[in-house]
Write a protein that binds this ligand. Structure first.
Ligand SMILES: Nc1ncnc2c1ncn2[C@@H]1O[C@H](COP(=O)(O)OP(=O)(O)OP(=O)(O)O)[C@@H](O)[C@H]1O
Length: 239
């Protein structure tokens, strides 16, 4: 079976500074894939290239067998950026309606998806408020709801739980696992939190624009002979 996402020999520089160097990765359909690494490692640049927002200098990226960037495939990608791209003067509901209108959803589907996505992130009671009155965490939650709005096959979430309280964080993770297990979604999550990375099926550790190591959390612990997952990163980094 072809992978859902394939990154081959991808490099990217910004003003001569190499930000990604010869990155290869392959993400199976229905996999929850974690990209973990310190700030500035290149995770955001990599996911932006997968979505098609940045162009690789070299190499090739395919999503669902389609070479990126490609506009049509965006119907199948839900992307949650690190900084919220919301309309502050509109309410939460109006934001959701606006983004829903960009996709092929009829009125009924639109209504159902808005109810589902806002409920998931616990924003149902705040939908009538303007986003300018939202807290940082509420904006993150609305951004996550927007990423889910068109029921995409692929979810690409850039640090989705930063600024979100532990209880809601847990329920979001449970929902990500449900989306994967029951609906077969392919999910990429970037994080620098080890406990989140350990919940992924497969993890790639990124540093200085390279994949240091990758594998399932269990494989990585075995490979580096450590009991705790956070030690993998330390050991992989000194090799
Ligand atoms: N548009 C740009 N122009 C110039 N440099 C950039 C640009 N975008 C990213 N960079 C640089 O590329 C490097 C990688 O950034 P990136 O945002 O991909 O890292 P990251 O792993 O996502 O980090 P963080 O967790 O802090 O978001 C950084 O040194 C950053 O300054």
């Amino acid at each position: 079976m072809n992978p859902a996402i394939k990154v081959e020999n991808v490099s990217k520089s910004f003003s001569k500074k190499a930000v990604l160097q010869k990155v290869d990765l392959s993400i199976e359909k229905g996999q929850l894939y974690g990209l973990i690494g310190p700030s500035g490692a290149g995770k955001t640049t990599l996911v932006k290239m997968i979505v098609g927002m940045e162009k690789a200098d070299n190499g090739e990226i395919q999503v669902l067998n389609t070479k990126m960037p490609n506009l049509a495939i965006l119907q199948e990608i839900g992307y949650m950026a690190q900084s919220d791209a919301l309309y502050a003067e509109l309410t939460g509901e109006e934001n959701l309606k606006f983004f829903a209108s960009l996709y092929k959803l009829n009125k009924e589907e639109q209504k159902n998806r808005i109810a589902y996505a806002s409920g998931l992130v616990n924003l149902t009671d705040d939908l009538k408020k303007r986003v300018s009155a939202y807290s940082g965490g509420m904006k993150r939650r609305l951004s996550l709801a927007i990423a889910l709005i068109q029921d995409p096959k692929i979810l690409i979430l850039d640090e989705p739980t930063v600024g979100i309280d532990p209880e809601l964080k847990l329920s979001i993770w449970n929902e990500l696992l449900r989306l994967k297990n029951e609906e077969g979604k392919t999910i990429i999550v970037t994080t620098h939190v080890m406990d989140e990375a350990e919940r992924c099926d497969y993890v790639a550790m990124v540093r200085d624009g390279r994949i240091l190591t990758s594998g399932t959390p269990a494989e990585l612990k075995e490979k580096y002979q450590v009991d705790r997952f956070d030690e993998v990163f330390l050991k992989a980094g000194v090799k």
